[in-house]
Design a binder for this molecule. Structure first.
Ligand code: PRX
Length: 635
């Protein structure tokens, strides 16, 4: 039996037990057999959660790009590494082979070097989902520069904050981006941001939309002419296991964004191993994750995890609604996608459009479906299962975080029986614990608590850039000797985990803790409901009461809203109990969402509380325009 590739439930349990009994030995075997090391480690693991400090494979030397590219050249040089599908379906897809990728990454790395970028320097990447994004990430890793990718939907303010926090020397951007039938002036946003970024020396500009943009003399440089001149060979920088690989910002519940720092060897081993198992990747499969590389999902499961396994990974530049809501399914058919990994929010958006966009595409290549980023409600799960997977493709509901680097709780497809809305079982090496409010671990099954992890895993973030104290306070101070995820979870009668949502989203009504996710699930069961969000608002007697924002499906029929309100509360009463009934229901056209599709409850909470004087920064929302509409309806 190989630990590396789990094929059935019995194997999963064997591997899991081994990973917990002797973690060092377990990870050592995986690291030994499947990667290219310039020097072997002296010690597998060194850790102390009180500092906190975690080191994996100390003493080892490697370069992650040699693992993601060079070592595949002999066996799969002509295999497609990155399959680029453009925004416009009329434009041809690009098949970038491992041989091509090797040359393009090396050229890019040489360009970075020629502009003075060295090991340890921070490079901000602000690009749309075009090949240069993946290539520039890998080029940084090739020379040991630390990449900080900022999602190209963030505003100039958000970009400037991130550049300044990690003192980046360079920005890599493009002359603009395509998004559906629109273009976005990325370079203009960069110019605006850079007015307050003193550490930036150069801006490399890729050409994508042929926009007529301003180039600041001495600072801004077109990328292509530099690439044309650059050599195709670039010696990989030999990195220490714990050398930083990248910074990725994630928003905290308070304060400025946290620059999560990930390091080299542990991140590589863990993302590769999880990718292989969670997607059961086979040599000729075509894998597609619809995330943006600006998020952790894209880092770990578009770039590093798939390439470390020699996979073909799809990069899609566009949006699910352009030219119509069938775009995802058209791409699945066109490239014969085998594994499809997306977000619940996308599934719900597509489900709302009905089946006409699905039924005219051949989805028979699909073997495995995945979701990530938020709890998936039961209705969306079944829609995905019935209409996309045709009940033959297991759905892997993968729970993890920017901070965890890789997938932590997930079914292993074809091994772990799935259960709607459950992320199911911990991945090998992951030791979850549910904690009560007093700080004790809750043992046994059919229990609920705060989700912690009690033992280090290789891909955990090592610190918050420039603020180790905040790292300690946020993740290691709530529960002694444990990493606190900030999520609540329950463990069912067989030990399956279900993530109930952020603990900060728990609402206490008359002394009862209510998770927003299960109530939303119940509301979404109503046939007229497309999506919903629950927040708490102050109530004289109960402490908090529940306020529901509900989007109705657009079926063209008129409805008696009072009846729908009653029916929703009836469903909630049936599924959870009268305690979870909503005091107020506001029918609305949209919900404020972050760029990663999460509902911004902070704003909804304020509106529900009629406290709209300071809604905070709404510029990083996906759809800031909906906020005023919600306020107008509420008042
Ligand atoms: O609350 C959990 C939720 O997303 C949070 C992490 O968000 P982020 O760092 O942006 O990373 C998202 C992509 C990995 C978690 O704390 N979350 C993520 N996956 C799931 C989830 N909630 C429920 N089920 C999931 N599968």
């Amino acid at each position: 039996m190989s630990n590396y590739h789990i094929k059935n439930l019995e194997e999963y349990f064997q591997v899991y037990r081994k990973s917990v009994r002797n973690p060092e030995n377990f990870w050592e075997e995986i690291a030994e057999e499947h990667f290219l090391w310039r020097k072997r480690w002296d010690k597998v693991l060194d850790w102390d959660f009180t500092k906190p400090e975690v080191k994996w494979f100390e003493g080892a030397k490697l370069n992650i790009t040699e693992n993601c590219i060079d070592r595949h050249l002999v066996t799969r040089g002509n295999k497609t590494a990155i399959l680029f599908e453009p925004n416009n379906p009329e434009e041809e897809a690009q098949h970038i082979t491992y041989n091509d990728l090797y040359k393009r990454v090396n050229k890019f790395a040489n360009v970075l070097k020629s502009k003075g970028i060295k090991k340890g320097d921070r490079v901000c990447i602000y690009l749309p989902m075009i090949p240069e994004l993946a290539i520039s990430v890998l080029a940084c890793a090739r020379i040991g520069a630390i990449h900080s990718v900022v999602f190209a939907g963030f505003s100039s303010n958000a970009l400037a904050t991130r550049i300044n926090d990690s003192e980046c020397k360079m920005v890599i951007t493009s002359d603009g981006s395509y998004r559906g039938n629109k273009t976005i002036d990325l370079k203009g946003i960069v110019d605006e941001a850079l007015r307050e970024c003193p550490t930036i020396e150069n801006v490399l500009v890729a050409k994508r939309i042929n926009a007529n943009i301003q180039m600041k003399v001495g600072r801004d440089i077109w990328l292509q002419p530099l690439l044309n001149e650059a050599s195709e060979d670039c010696e990989a920088e030999v990195m220490d296991a714990e050398d930083p690989l990248f910074i990725l910002y994630t928003s905290g519940s308070t304060g400025k964004p946290k620059g999560m720092l990930h390091t080299t060897a542990g991140y590589m081993v863990y993302t590769a191993y999880t990718f292989k198992n969670v997607f059961q990747y086979k040599e000729n499969d075509v894998y597609w994750c619809t995330a943006d590389i600006g998020w952790i999902t894209g880092h770990s499961y578009i770039v590093y995890g798939p390439l470390a396994n020699g996979a073909t990974t799809v990069m899609f530049e566009g949006v699910p609604s352009y030219p119509d809501y069938g775009r995802f399914w058209e791409i699945v058919e066109k490239h014969k996608i085998n594994q499809f990994y997306t977000a619940p929010t996308a599934i719900r958006a597509l489900a709302k459009e009905g089946l006409s966009h699905v039924d005219n595409h051949d989805l028979s290549s699909l073997k495995i479906l995945g979701t990530v980023g938020e709890p998936i409600n039961e209705e969306a799960w079944h829609w995905y299962d019935d209409n996309i997977g045709k009940r033959k493709s297991p759905i892997v509901d993968t729970w993890w975080q920017t901070e965890t680097g890789g997938i932590m709780i997930t079914p292993i497809p074809f091994s772990t029986p799935t259960k709607p809305t459950y992320a199911t079982l911990p991945f090998p090496g992951i030791q979850p614990a549910l904690m009560d409010a007093e700080g004790s671990e809750i043992k046994g099954n059919q229990v609920e608590g705060r989700l912690c992890i009690k033992f280090p895993w290789p891909s955990m973030a090592r610190t918050i850039w420039g603020n180790h104290q905040r790292y300690k306070d946020t993740y290691f101070s709530s529960f002694e000797n444990k990493y606190f995820t900030g999520d609540g979870a329950l463990r069912d009668e067989v030990g399956y985990y279900r993530i109930t949502g952020r603990v900060d989203d728990v609402i206490i009504v008359s002394g009862h803790n209510l998770g927003t996710a299960p109530i939303e699930d119940a509301i979404n069961e109503h046939p007229a409901v497309a999506e919903s969000a629950i927040v708490g608002f102050p109530h004289d007697i109960k402490g908090n009461a529940l306020y529901g924002y509900v989007i109705l499906k657009d079926t063209g029929e008129s409805r008696n809203q009072e009846n729908v309100r009653k029916e929703i509360n009836q469903i909630i009463t049936e599924q959870i109990g009268p305690i979870a009934k909503l005091d107020k229901i506001q029918f609305t056209q949209g919900l404020p969402k972050t760029r990663s599709g999460k509902i911004m409850r902070r704003i909804l909470r304020k509106i529900a509380s009629k406290d709209i004087s300071n809604l905070g920064d709404t510029s990083t929302l996906l759809n800031p325009e909906v906020v005023q509409g919600i306020i107008d309806e509420a008042l």
